[in-house]
Design a protein around this ligand. Structure first.
Ligand SMILES: [Zn+2]
Length: 243
């Protein structure tokens, strides 16, 4: 009788231990950064624009103390790949990175904006900005904000949007840092030997990339929406204004 009681108590105790362990495991799982499950896990090499810098290196100026650390972390992530090197300078940079804060209708759902200026196949300069307002509104944590900064830096060196979610250049990227498909694209494009010097003949064109928010826990329906957010293109000036 006593033995049976002891066994029953022992069983109850071990169930409690198992339950506690399971609960702990579940809570650990829910703390893992969410990767949006990709039903279509085919990796596409990230598309590259028709323009680039002459070499896989560019100077960058960080002009906003509120986001400098984010940009620095994103720069580190890219520099670690050895596919491209960003050099931080204090003036006359090819790339300028800062931030703004706006929740008005135009920018409320925008996490980052990058403007590139190019002529022929030469990338002349770029400006990139994080929207602190929407990053805060939609509770992007530091890692997620850094992913957005890595995405914007990708635009500043010539990368376009990748329709696949396993790329930092996915148009709604929130959860993914620089990936092999992104590094491969930069290596491939900057490894190309032909770089035509068309600066004196071609107009200066600007591209504007406007990147939308991804709302946490909202798993998007399999890409029925266009995978590419609109890119504004306009002819900014002719050779008379080499800016
Ligand atoms: Zn983008």
């Amino acid at each position: 009788m006593l033995k049976a009681k002891i066994i029953a108590v022992f069983k109850a105790l071990s169930m409690a231990v198992v339950l506690a362990a399971l609960t702990a495991m579940l809570s650990m799982v829910s703390c893992v950064p969410k990767q949006i499950a990709s039903a279509h896990s085919v990796s596409h090499m990230t598309p590259f624009s028709a323009y680039r810098y002459q070499a896989p290196v560019a100077t960058i100026q960080l002009t906003d103390s509120r986001t400098n650390n984010l940009w620095k972390a994103a720069i580190k992530a890219w520099n670690r790949t050895h596919a491209f090197t960003f050099k931080i300078v204090n003036s006359n940079a090819q790339i300028k990175a800062d931030s703004f804060s706006s929740l008005n209708d135009e920018y409320r759902n925008t996490t980052g904006i990058t403007y590139t200026r190019y002529s022929g196949n030469q990338l002349l300069s770029a400006k990139t900005q994080l929207n602190r307002g929407s990053l805060a509104l939609y509770h992007y944590n530091i890692n997620e904000q850094t992913n957005v900064a890595e995405h914007e830096l990708g635009h500043t060196i010539g990368l376009l949007h990748n329709p696949g979610e396993d790329s930092v250049m996915y148009y709604r990227d929130r959860y993914v840092a620089v990936q092999p498909v992104d590094i491969a694209a930069v290596k491939k494009d900057y490894g190309t030997t032909t770089f035509e010097d068309t600066f004196n003949d071609a107009p200066i064109i600007s591209h504007t990339f406007i990147d939308p928010v991804t709302i946490r826990d909202l798993v998007p329906l399999a890409d029925q929406a266009p995978a590419f957010s609109p890119v504004r293109t306009l002819v900014e000036a002719t050779k008379a204004n080499p800016g």
